[in-house]
Structure formats: structure tokens, C-alpha cells
Design a protein around this ligand. Sequence first.
Ligand SMILES: C[S@@+](CC[C@H](N)C(=O)[O-])C[C@H]1O[C@@H](n2cnc3c(N)ncnc32)[C@H](O)[C@@H]1O
Length: 239
Amino acid sequence: MNTLNQTEQVQDDAEDLSQRRIRSFVLRQGRLTKGQARALETGFPQFGVNYAPELLNLNALFNRADSKKILEIGFGMGETTAKIAQVLPDCDFLAAEVHTPGVGALLKLIQENELNNIRVIQHDVVEVLHNMVADGSLDGVHIFFPDPWHKKRHHKRRLIQAEFVQLLCTKLKAGGYLHVATDWQEYAEWVLEVLNAEAQLENTAQDYAVKPSYRPLTKFENRGLKLGHGVWDMVFTRK
Ligand SMILES: C[S@@+](CC[C@H](N)C(=O)[O-])C[C@H]1O[C@@H](n2cnc3c(N)ncnc32)[C@H](O)[C@@H]1O
């Protein structure tokens, strides 16, 4: 192991010991653009949800009862979230992300596109699910390009793990869906194995699914596809 790896290992171990749970993200100081800062200030009061260990009333949050309620996990800069919310106006999206610039960016998109069907929460989604989302209340869960945590010793940080998938299943309605997409083949195989092993889930495809039309191709993904890189979608439903 070289010195850099040793330092990383020590940092990893220290973090693991200091936390009750291994997290799927590392918080980095991110620079906010002026637009993102303004959107946080003006948009969060209307479209933001503060973390609190109390169950959310999703119908009240979106001010309608007849819509499908979808949780998006780790929306990054929110481009995909905003596009999907536009093409699926009958669905409401609770979008979770931990990084402040991303939260500002999505709030900016919500304001620019006058979207009423997104609410944003800045918190670890594992805690949000445990403490704020009622059992059997979600029609769908979107997880697009979760951090692949390439190194073997970091695999424990991967969001998609048996225990996490079980938690998602308790929050999904019967017939609700879980859609995961990744551009890292080894992680795709890992995700497929974990989802196949969960007895409460059923694959909608033989293995990988055809990309559902609501998920837009991002610039990054398009570039990768042109270079011959793959993207794998997996769509499972809750029995
Ligand atoms: C690789 S990025 C993908 C972003 C976006 N979905 C996309 O397709 O561009 C993964 C994101 O998941 C977020 N994330 C990871 N673990 C999370 C957690 N436990 N709760 C909320 N967000 C999380 C990270 O902060 C990061 O922005």
C-alpha cells in the first residue's frame, strides 16, 4: 500500500469508527454560484423540506392526493429531476441530496421552469426514509448514477445494499417501482444481484431493462454512449 492509500485507509477507518453507520457519501465543501445561493434563499422556503424526525404527509406537502409520489435519491445537480418532473406532471417528486450546490441548482431549475411538483430535502436519505417517509407511501423510487465507490474496500459505502433495499421495500406501495441506472458495469451487476435477492421485488425485465422513456439522456451519458460506454437501467416492482 502506498502512503496515499495508507492515509486514505486511516481516514476511512477513523470515519467508520466515529459514525454509527457507514455513509454512502462524503461531504465536500462545494462552491455556490450566485444563482444557486439566490435560489436557496428564495426557493427553499417554498420548495424545501427541513429534516425533522417526523413523518411527512406527502399529500399535504404537494397539496394534492391523486398524484403518484416518487422519491429521487441523490439528484446531483437536479437536471434529470427537473426534466422528469416536466414530462410527468401527474407525479410529485420528493428529491433528496446532501450537497448544497446541487440543492441550489435544483431550486433554480424549479423556479426557472415554474415546477410545482418537486420538493427538495437536503439530508442523508437513509435517515429521511427511516424517520420521515411512512411505510407503503411511495409509488416509485429513482436512483440515477449512484456513486459506484470503485475500490473494493469502499464497496461498503455503496448505497445499494440488501439492508437499504429492504428499507426501500417497506416504503414502497405494493406495485410501486424501484428504478436504478448506472454506467459502471461492475456496480450494475452488484445492483442486479442485490435486487434479485430481495424476495419482495420482482424484475420487470429478464435482467437489465430498456431505458424508460421518462429518464432523459444527460450530456455526460450521451458523451459516454458515443465513446461506447454502457448504461444499465434496472426496474423492479414491489410485490
Ligand atoms: C454520482 S452522483 C449522481 C447524481 C445524479 N443522480 C446524476 O445522475 O447526475 C450521486 C449523488 O448521490 C448523492 N448521495 C449519495 N448518498 C446519498 C445519501 N445517503 N443521501 C442523499 N444523497 C446521497 C451524492 O451526494 C451525489 O450527489
